[in-house]
Design a protein around this ligand. Sequence first.
Ligand SMILES: NC(=O)c1ccc[n+]([C@@H]2O[C@H](COP(=O)([O-])OP(=O)(O)OC[C@H]3O[C@@H](n4cnc5c(N)ncnc54)[C@H](O)[C@@H]3O)[C@@H](O)[C@H]2O)c1
Length: 467
Amino acid sequence: MSKPVQILLFGAGNRGADSYGPYALKFPDQVQFTAVAEPDPERRARFSAAHHIPPERQFNSWEEALQAEKIADAVLNATQDGTHHESTIAALKTGYDMLLEKPIATTLEETIHIVRTAKEADRTLMVCHVLRYTYFFQKLKEVFDSGCLGQIVHIAHSENVAYYHMAHSFVRGNWRNAAESAPMILAKCCHDLDLLYWFTGERVDWLSSTGNLRHFKPENAPPGVPSRCTDGCPIAGTCPFFAPRIYLESYPIKAAVVSAENPVLRAIGKLSIAHPRLADALGAVIKPIRTLTRYSGWPRNTITRHPESDDAVLHALQTGPYGRCVYHCDNDVVDHQVVNLRYPSGITATLTMHGHSYEEGRTLRIEGSKATLLGKFTYGQAWLEIHPHGPGQTQRHSFPITVDNASGHGGGDAGIMRAFVQTLRGQSPPLTRAEDALESHLLAFAAEAARLDAVAVDMDAFRQVNP
Ligand SMILES: NC(=O)c1ccc[n+]([C@@H]2O[C@H](COP(=O)([O-])OP(=O)(O)OC[C@H]3O[C@@H](n4cnc5c(N)ncnc54)[C@H](O)[C@@H]3O)[C@@H](O)[C@H]2O)c1
């Protein structure tokens, strides 16, 4: 029996503490967080208490943690994008293997530097392309490789970012400004470009891209709206982006639950919207209802340290970035972008990313010479259908979404933790190595260059210039 893998966590924020922390608590025989580096004292204390990390293994920053001798088998780097480069290079050079959140880094040069350093230092570096580990995309890959679709001709893949997610992350929040963070096609779609690479097993040889910021601009502000939703906005009742509805009422989360295939979830979602007081009363004794009526998960837990408190959430909206009017923010990233891709085999693909969807999730069609595959992977539904051309039965595979697994990228967050442990124990080869993830990042940077300069990119030439 192998010993549990010991991990030093950089960044006990949303991803580090809430997405990956629970896996270690559930499977302590596989993995344990034995040290943490986090500047926020409350987050550090909360994570340390949950994982029984002794005071001498609690650090104020990754810099401080690396001053100690090597104290764990590996690092999980869940700091913000702009911190990835320096912290990853330093940890790899200290001798740590690493599971690194995406994107690898925010510039092409830094991304290449990290991948090269991991190779030179002979360290395992896996990137959190968590979608590869979901039940849905694992099945899709199996179908793709089985040959049942015939010769693959075209893939139309859409990343439909829901209106409230767009507003939260790309208008009001951390990824709103390309110079401060990264282009949206990298921040949001490196997962999708990675999936296309994984499905086809081919490196793109040509791409083009177009897109812009159409809606979230001052000239689209309705007359008389204040700069903050909580300052008496005249269109509070109808504006989809009204912050108290998103964060205090958690309306979009409840609506996502109403769209679930699971009838129990649907009923809970409807009750919580139509009869909030009754739902709240029932929630006192029925936990799945309480999970929704007292919802304190994403995005609510990213705007305050006390997401369980309505007062704390309201205070964040009155004073912080997430209460700002979406038409009066300092955002400049696109709200829609299309990438056209061509592969050496002749397969073509389109990736459509936009931030104006009624629900959050990916939809795709894969056109083959023998069948068409339709797929939907959202917060509430995950299914794929294979429609044969000519005689034959349509096959449908659906992946149950329950109250317990509705979050966590459809099993992807847990899946990558399991895969990382297995890789470090030598039980399986890594699936999302940095060398592989480099391809999705190269494509994202090339797509952004193509969009900005309105040119098509010869990817072979692009790779030669950026080896
Ligand atoms: N794989 C995915 O699908 C996915 C989804 C969302 C976010 N992400 C990525 O995960 C990363 C983290 O995102 P998040 O939403 O958890 O951010 P977050 O802000 O909630 O967490 C980052 C944490 O890092 C801490 N930190 C800052 N400076 C530090 C330092 N010097 N040393 C140690 N810790 C430090 C911050 O205090 C914070 O607690 C980002 O790169 C983001 O793009 C990935």
